[in-house]
Design a protein. Structure first.
Length: 405
C-alpha cells in the first residue's frame, strides 16, 4: 500500500523554511524554560505531597486552586485524573517532609482549604476515620451500652462498617448521612447527624515523595536519556559513518528540546511517564532516520555519479509513503490515547503526540540536510569527501565509494 508514488519533492530546496520553523519552536521552548515557566518538573522529580480527592459532583479545578491559594497553599497544582465520571482530582503540594505527621498535615491543610460553610462543632464524616467515628459514638452512646464490657468493640465495629460503606460502596463520598440508614441502627444514624456533617469531597489517599528521592529520579532520568543518545551515536557510527551518528543525535536532541519546550510553554508537568514517552520517542525518531539513511546508502551504490543532494532528495521521496503510513497510524493511536486515556496518561500521551509529529518531520527536514551540509562544508574547505561502506543486510562491507559534491 502506498499513498505517494513517484513523488519528486525538493525537500533540500526547502531546508531554510525547515530551519526557520525549527528555530521558532526551539527558541520559544528555551525562552519558556529560561524565563517563563521553567522546566515544570512533576512531584516525582521535585519532591512534594500528592493528595487524591474525590468529589460528589464535577470538580472545578480553577476554584479548587483558588481555595488552596487563599488557604496559604502556594503553588498547589490541581488536575483531573481517572475517568471523568469519577469526579476525582489530584492536588500537588510542596510539602516534602516524609513523616507520618507530614502526611496528616498535608491532608488537614487540604481539608481546611476545601471545606466551605462547615457547621460549627461538627466533624466531616466524609473525611473522618473509623477511630474518630467510633470514639464519637462511644461518647454519645446511642445504643445505651454504657457499663457493658463490649461497648467499645461494638461501636468500633459499627464505625468500621460505616467507613467501609462510604469508601467501598459509595466511592469515598457520602451525599447525605441518611444514606447510612441501611447500614447502622437508626439511633446511631441520628447520633451521627448530631455530631457530623457531610462535605462534597473526600480525601482518598495522600502520598509523599521526599526531595532526596526526587533528586535521584531526576538524575536517573537525565542519565537514561544521555545513555540512549550515546548508544545511538555509537551504533550509527559503526553501521554507517560517524557523521550519520552525529546527524541522528542532533535530530533526536532537536526533537527532545521541542517536546520539553512544548511542555514548558503549556505549563504541563514532566513526570516519570513523560520521561518514558521521551525515551520512546528517541527510539521512534531514530528508527525513522535509519530508514532514510538506509535508502541513501542503497542509492549511493546505484547512483554513484549523482550529487549527494540529489541522492538524498530521491531517497526521502522513495521512503515518503512508508514514513506517512507508519507515522500516521502511530499518531492516530496516541491521539486516541490522549483524547480518551484520562488525566493520568495525559502527559505521557501528549509527549507522544508532539514527539511523533516532530520526530517524523525531523527525519526528513533535519537529519538528511545535515549530511549534505557537512559534505558541502568539506567541499568548500577542499577536503576529500566522506566515504561510507556499502553494506547489504548483514553481509561483509563492500569497497568504499566516495561521493563528491
Amino acid at each position: 500500500m502506498e499513498f505517494f508514488k513517484n513523488t519528486n519533492i525538493d525537500f533540500l530546496g526547502k531546508k531554510w523554511y525547515f530551519l526557520v520553523f525549527s528555530l521558532i519552536f526551539s527558541v520559544a521552548g528555551v525562552l519558556s524554560m529560561a524565563f517563563w515557566h521553567g522546566i515544570p518538573l512533576g512531584v516525582d522529580f521535585r519532591g512534594g505531597t500528592l493528595v487524591y480527592v474525590k468529589y460528589s459532583h464535577t470538580p472545578d479545578t480553577a476554584a479548587i486552586s483558588s481555595e488552596a491559594e487563599r488557604a496559604g497553599l502556594k503553588n498547589a497544582r490541581v488536575q483531573r485524573y481517572g475517568p471523568v465520571s469519577n469526579n476525582e482530582v489530584l492536588i500537588g503540594l510542596d510539602i516534602q517532609e516524609t513523616s507520618e505527621q507530614a502526611l496528616d498535615n498535608g491532608k488537614l491543610k487540604i481539608i481546611q482549604a476545601l471545606e466551605k460553610n462547615a457547621p460549627a462543632g461538627k466533624q466531616d464524616l466524609n473525611n473522618a476515620s473509623s477511630i474518630t467515628v467510633g470514639t464519637e459514638l462511644l461518647n454519645r452512646d446511642p445504643l445505651h451500652l454504657s457499663g457493658e464490657s463490649d461497648a467499645n468493640p461494638r461501636y468500633m465495629t459499627i464505625a468500621q462498617a460505616i467507613v467501609d460503606y462510604r469508601d467501598k460502596t459509595k466511592g469515598g463520598v457520602l451525599t447525605s448521612i441518611d444514606e447510612l440508614k441501611g447500614v447502622a441502627d437508626p439511633a446511631v444514624v441520628a447520633s451521627l447527624q448530631d455530631s457530623f456533617f457531610v462535605s462534597d469531597f473526600g480525601i482518598r489517599n495522600v502520598e509523599i515523595v521526599g526531595p532526596q528521592v526526587g533528586h535521584q529520579l531526576r538524575n536517573q532520568a537525565m542519565w537514561a536519556t544521555l545513555y540512549s543518545l550515546g548508544g545511538m551515536l555509537i551504533y550509527l557510527a559503526l553501521r554507517f559513518e560517524w557523521i550519520y551518528g552525529v546527524a541522528a543525535v542532533v535530530t533526536v536532541f532537536h526533537d527532545t528540546l521541542i517536546t520539553v519546550g512544548a511542555f514548558s510553554l503549556l505549563d504541563r508537568e514532566i513526570s516519570l511517564t513523560v520521561i518514558a514517552a521521551i525515551l520512546t520517542l528517541i527510539g521512534y525518531s531514530n528508527n525513522d532516520t535509519i530508514v532514510v539513511f538506509d535508502r541513501i546508502r542503497e542509492n549511493i551504490k546505484l547512483l554513484r555519479r549523482d550529487k549527494l543532494s540529489d541522492i538524498v532528495n530521491k531517497s526521502i521521496n522513495q521512503t515518503l509513503s512508508r514514513t506517512i503510513l507508519t507515522a500516521g497510524l502511530t499518531f492516530l493511536t496516541v491521539l486516541a490515547l490522549f483524547l480518551f486515556g484520562g488525566e493520568v496518561l495525559r502527559g505521557f500521551s501528549l509527549a507522544l503526540v508532539i514527539g511523533i509529529l516532530i520526530g517524523t518531520y525531523s527525519s526528513i527536514a533535519i537529519a538528511a540536510p545535515i549530511l549534505v551540509a557537512y559534505q558541502e562544508w568539506r567541499g568548500e574547505r577542499g577536503k576529500a569527501p566522506i566515504s561510507m561502506p556499502l553494506r547489504s543486510g548483514n553481509g561483509p562491507a563492500q569497497p568504499k565509494e566516495k561521493i563528491r559534491v
